[in-house]
Design a protein around this ligand. Structure first.
Ligand code: FPP
Length: 235
């Protein structure tokens, strides 16, 4: 595969942990734990393939509706994962960032997030972006609030103004969005920046998503012609 056909930003909707656990008669949290290990491998695979940004949808603004036990279990998993992975990611010059609301997360998770962002902020390698308490509509609403608060005149607001006020304005739009588990929806992920993203759906449940599936997604992307509403884009 030529380096020119590698998507710069791959975004992943990691779906199917619960079904993976249910099929085995296990509690849902064990599906999430297996999902964490798959994420670890996916970061390595993405980095090895030359992907520069890997964003993952870990917890949506709607996920608070899940049972208290599952939500608490996920928050603990996120914190443990970040603490464990920040060192190895930094060792490969990777940077870790977060997108989403922070005001509803447990204090200890916010501290862990802030420390991880701070300690890797100058790393030039792959950026792992974890979307926690993230919602695309919320991101757009937050951008509008920031624009109004800045006193910008309504007639001065353009698409670029909106783009500049998203959570991570310096991150390029996702080239490829992968969703596992056979579901074919965006579910409020990256709504503003996903306008021209290529979509790849696989039946594999997230805990079964391995190197082969990742490579299949990259191969599918490499074979596509991106028009973005205009002429065919050189890959
Ligand atoms: C979807 O499975 C998965 C999530 C709700 C996200 C949690 C993701 C992980 C734990 C992977 C690792 C992430 C990090 C940041 C450490 P589901 O529960 O929606 O599955 P179902 O649709 O089969 O019930």
């Amino acid at each position: 595969m030529s380096a020119g056909n590698i998507p710069k930003h791959v975004a992943v909707i990691m779906d199917g942990n619960g079904r993976w656990a249910r099929k085995r008669g296990l509690p849902r949290v064990l599906g999430h734990r297996k999902g964490v290990r798959v994420l670890e491998k996916t970061v390595e695979n993405a980095d090895a393939a030359g992907v520069k940004y890997l964003s993952v949808y870990a917890f949506s603004t709607e996920n608070w509706k899940r049972s208290e036990m599952e939500v608490a279990g996920l928050m603990i998993l996120f914190e443990r994962y970040i603490k464990k992975k920040v060192g190895p990611l930094k060792a490969r010059h990777g940077r870790i960032r977060f997108a989403g609301r922070r005001d509803r997360l447990p204090d200890s998770l916010i501290n862990t997030i802030e420390e991880a962002e701070e300690s890797t902020k100058n790393e030039p390698g792959i950026q792992l972006i974890i979307c926690v308490d993230y919602g695309g509509r919320q991101e757009i609403a937050d951008a509008v609030k920031k624009i109004i608060a800045s006193g910008t005149a309504p007639e001065a607001v353009t698409e670029e103004t909106l783009s500049a006020h998203m959570y991570l304005p310096d991150v390029p739009e996702p080239d490829l969005i992968i969703r596992t588990s056979g579901e074919e929806r965006l579910s409020n992920f990256w709504l503003w920046t996903a306008a021209y993203s290529e979509l790849f759906f696989t039946d594999a449940l997230w805990p079964d998503f391995g190197r082969e599936e990742f490579e299949a997604a990259l191969a599918s992307y490499a074979g596509r012609q991106r028009r973005k509403g205009g002429r065919i884009e050189e890959q």
